[in-house]
Every structure is written in structure tokens, then in C-alpha cells.
Write a protein that binds this ligand. Structure first.
Ligand SMILES: Nc1ncnc2c1ncn2[C@@H]1O[C@H](COP(=O)(O)OP(=O)(O)OP(=O)(O)O)[C@@H](O)[C@H]1O
Ligand SMILES: [Mg+2]
Length: 458
């Protein structure tokens, strides 16, 4: 029996949760504030924490950080008031597993808690297995040396053979397509079709017929009937890419397919049954879309059975050297170029970049470098990073907000270094001019450049 620690200062709320969890077969411990919570955590085995973010004394966010310092893998679900999604997002960034917005139903809370307990258990089992076997996950064409990416592959290996719906999350270019295909290839359906549909790329009026097909005469222009992607994916996997962009009319229909595995073609009366495994991907925060009412909650829970989130490249930079080798091999081979590696200086430059476009951006940069290089090793001069300082890592800013801030993943100092290098480039290497652009004295600029490692020729 799993034990949940409830940290909540409102006695009524705490009591309600205790009852709700008990009904669901979970044991509970309750603390009225963070301090008492930490005491219980230190003394008793706890499987999951549910905490309010607004607490007396140490607030929920600080509490979360304290828990993560003590036990990084303990799942923590935070409760926060409606309309404070920003805090919820903060909490997720600080390591919370999930959040619920108040007011919520006990059903919703129980669903999230069970999901987190399951995912946690899977992870633990995986880790134990891997440690026992000294195992490393190796998938063809996927570079994953870092522990973060090993974790992703471990999850893939675990869920692939089942028919569970998987929801892949992660910024653009992190490898969601790649992982979706890997899930298919490692499933019992590998011999069946893998059908991908990009929900953003297709106009709303066409998306429905693409997904479900149509009968002759269903609309003007439907001169013959056509099967949809769900039919084509029978006995295989359908990959719904950019699921966050599916319009609400189609969300309803998707829900039905996910629940019943059945649908009708447009203009058709016959109900079709299909045997498909669904993998969906999104680079948006679907929980925020739920809050805004643009994404159906029931559909979200149907999709979010096994969530796998792929970390941005800046969070697993240890993989960069291996990715670089992997891409050099591929592109040098394709172009029959005699390139065998990369200089340490160029490597360092790649390690220090913050990669807003993730692995795809690295791949493009290596491809270009290989194509342009005239030597046998790639050097700094072959590598063109996109250093425009307003490029941020995360998805585009919400309407009305300006992204004039330090790009995510960069420290202030790194950001300044990028600006200095950019100024030098704009000034064609002329240091006096670069200093003027930056409003620095020439000496200050020379000092900063020496710290970055740009040699002073004079
Ligand atoms: N771990 C990896 N090892 C090798 N190649 C990778 C890895 N991750 C991503 N790539 C490569 O980077 C490119 C981008 O990956 P992919 O298309 O899977 O990203 P994505 O998350 O689907 O992006 P988007 O959100 O823009 O659709 C692909 O060419 C893919 O092969
Ligand atoms: Mg993709």
C-alpha cells in the first residue's frame, strides 16, 4: 500500500484528501506546514507528496526544493489556486511531477496520484534492473549516453511492447519523431504500418477526412471514397504529431476513437473498428491548454496514459560529443568527405551553446559544417551558430508578452559573452568598433575577450 504525505494548512481540505485517498486504497500522513512535512519525510517511508503551494512559513516552492534536495526521485504533486498557472509552471520547473488546479475533484486528484505512482514505480524498477544487469540501452540511430536520455530509452523499452497510449512531450527538435518510431519498432506491431499525421500542417477542414477517411459524395470533390489514417494504421501505430493543435471539433472524435477504437468515415454510416496503438506528441504545455479551455480534459487523460518527456539538449550536454560524431559520420559518409572529427576548440564552442533548436539545430549545423569544410577536421571557422540574442529556447512567448530576456539555459555571463562575440562579428573583428557597439572601453573588452578565450593578436 502506497503512503501519501498531504501537506495542507486548511484542515477541511486536508481531511477531504485523506478520505479521498483512503477510499482509493492509499495510506496517508498529514502535515499542516512544510516543516512538519519534512520531519515526517525524514522519519517515515513516503511514496508521494501532495502539497499546497501556499503554505504558512516555508512556502510550497521552497518546500518542493527541500524535498528534491533530499530525495530527487520522490514524486510531488502540487495544488495551486485557479488562475496561478505561472506558479504551477514554476513548480514543474523546480521538479514537481504534476499539478492540480484548485478547485479540483477527488477523481482528478486520484487519477494524477495513481499515474505518478505508476510512473515512479516503473522508473524505480527500471533503474534496479539496469543496475543489476549493468545494462545500457542502445537503440539504432539514437544517441543517448546521458542518464536523462537513458531514462527515456528505458521508458521506451518498457512501454513499447504494451498497447498503452504514449504522450511524448518536449521542445521542438528534441527527438519526439525519433522516439515515436522507436516505440513502434520495439513493439509487437513492428511489422505493421507506422502512420504519422502532423495535426498542425493540415487545415482544419481536411484534418478530419485525413484522420477518418470519407465516402464518395461526402463533400464536393469527394469523387471516390478514401480510407483515413486510422484505417491505414490498422495493426500498427498511428503517430499524432502536434496534438495540441487539434481543433475542438476533432478532439471529440479522437476521444471516441481512443475510447472505443471505432469511428465512421465522413459521409459514411458503417462503424469501422481498428486495432491501432496511439502515440501522440506535443511541444506545448497541454496542462496550460487545459486551463485555457482549448484542449479537452477527457482527451488529455486518455492520451496521457504513459507520459514520456524528452529533455532539451541543454539539459544533457554530455551527449553533444557523441551526437557530433554520429552526425559527422552520417554526413561525411553521404557527401564522401574525408572528415574524421572536430577540433577541441570547436567542440568547446558546441558544448557552451544553449541549443534553443535542440538536436535538430546541432544536426543542421554539423551538416552545413561538413558540406563547407575543406579540411579533415571541423574547426571553429566551419561552425556557424545562430547567436541572435532574442532567440529563446522555449516555445514562442504568449501573446502580449515580449521575449526580451535572457534566453533560457544561459546565465547572464554566458549571455554577455554571446553579445560580445556578436559585436565582434558585426565589427568584422575590429575591437575598437566592437567596444563602441557595446559601450565598453577597449580595455574592458580586451579583458572580457581574454576571459572568453578569444586571443588578443596585438
Ligand atoms: N538522440 C538523438 N540521436 C540521434 N539523432 C537525434 C536524436 N534526437 C534527435 N535527433 C535527430 O534530430 C532531428 C530532430 O528530431 P525529431 O524530428 O525527432 O524532433 P522533434 O522533437 O519531433 O521535433 P519537432 O517538435 O520540431 O517535430 C532528427 O533528424 C533526428 O533524427
Ligand atoms: Mg516532430
Amino acid at each position: 500500500m502506497a503512503t501519501i504525505l498531504i501537506v495542507e494548512d486548511e484542515p477541511k481540505m486536508a481531511r477531504l484528501l485523506e478520505l479521498g485517498f483512503a477510499e482509493d486504497g492509499l495510506a496517508t500522513r498529514t502535515a499542516p506546514d512544510a516543516e512538519a512535512g519534512l520531519k515526517i519525510l525524514a522519519q517515515e517511508p513516503i511514496d508521494l507528496v501532495v502539497t499546497d503551494l501556499k503554505l504558512p512559513g516555508m512556502n510550497g516552492l521552497e518546500f518542493l526544493q527541500a524535498i528534491k534536495r533530499a530525495n530527487a526521485s520522490l514524486p510531488v504533486v502540487v495544488m495551486t489556486a485557479f488562475g496561478t498557472v505561472e506558479t504551477a509552471v514554476e513548480a514543474m520547473k523546480a521538479g514537481a511531477s504534476d499539478y492540480v488546479l484548485k478547485p479540483f475533484s477527488l477523481e482528478e486528484m486520484n487519477l494524477i496520484v495513481h499515474k505518478e505512482l505508476d510512473v515512479h514505480q516503473l522508473r524505480e524498477e527500471n533503474r534496479n534492473l539496469r543496475e543489476a544487469l549493468g545494462q545500457r540501452y542502445e537503440f539504432k540511430n539514437i544517441v543517448a549516453r546521458s542518464s536523462q536520455m537513458q531514462e527515456v530509452l528505458a521508458m521506451v523499452e518498457r512501454v513499447a511492447p504494451s498497447n498503452s497510449t504514449v504522450l511524448l512531450g518536449g521542445e521542438s527538435g528534441v527527438g519526439k519523431d525519433l522516439i515515436a518510431r522507436a516505440i513502434h519498432q520495439h513493439s509487437k506491431r513492428a511489422a505493421g504500418p507506422f502512420i504519422k499525421i502532423n495535426c498542425t500542417a493540415i487545415p482544419e477542414n481536411l484534418l478530419e477526412s485525413e484522420l477518418f477517411g470519407y465516402e464518395k459524395g461526402a463533400f464536393t470533390g469527394a469523387v471516390s471514397s478514401k480510407p483515413g489514417k486510422f484505417e491505414l494504421a490498422d495493426k500498427g501505430t498511428i503517430f499524432l504529431d502536434e496534438i495540441g493543435d487539434v481543433p475542438s471539433t476533432i478532439q471529440v472524435k479522437l476521444l471516441r476513437v481512443l475510447q472505443e477504437r471505432e469511428f465512421e468515415r465522413l459521409g459514411g454510416t458503417k462503424t469501422l473498428k481498428v486495432d491501432v496503438r496511439v502515440v501522440a506528441a506535443t511541444n506545448q504545455d497541454l496542462r496550460a491548454a487545459l486551463e485555457q479551455g482549448t484542449f479537452r480534459e477527457d482527451l488529455f487523460y486518455r492520451l496521457n496514459v504513459v507520459p514520456i518527456s524528452i529533455p532539451p539538449l541543454r539539459e544533457h550536454k554530455e551527449d553533444i560529443p557523441y551526437l557530433v560524431d554520429h552526425f559527422i559520420q552520417r554526413f561525411a559518409g553521404e557527401g564522401e568527405k574525408p572528415i574524421t572529427g572536430i577540433t577541441p576548440a570547436a567542440q568547446k564552442m558546441l558544448m557552451e551553446f544553449h541549443w534553443p533548436g535542440n538536436v535538430r539545430e546541432l544536426e543542421n549545423i554539423i551538416e552545413r559544417a561538413v558540406a563547407l569544410s575543406t579540411g579533415t577536421v571541423l574547426d571553429v571557422s566551419d561552425i556557424r551558430l545562430d547567436l541572435s540574442p532574442t532567440r529563446t529556447a522555449a516555445s514562442p512567448p504568449a501573446a502580449g508578452t515580449e521575449a526580451k530576456f535572457i534566453p533560457e539555459g544561459l546565465t547572464l555571463e554566458q549571455f554577455e559573452d554571446e553579445l560580445i562575440k556578436e559585436a565582434l562579428r558585426r565589427a568584422n573583428g575590429n575591437k575598437s568598433q566592437a567596444a563602441r557597439l557595446l559601450g565598453l572601453s577597449r580595455n574592458t573588452l580586451r579583458y572580457r575577450l581574454s576571459k572568453i578565450g578569444v586571443p588578443d593578436e596585438q
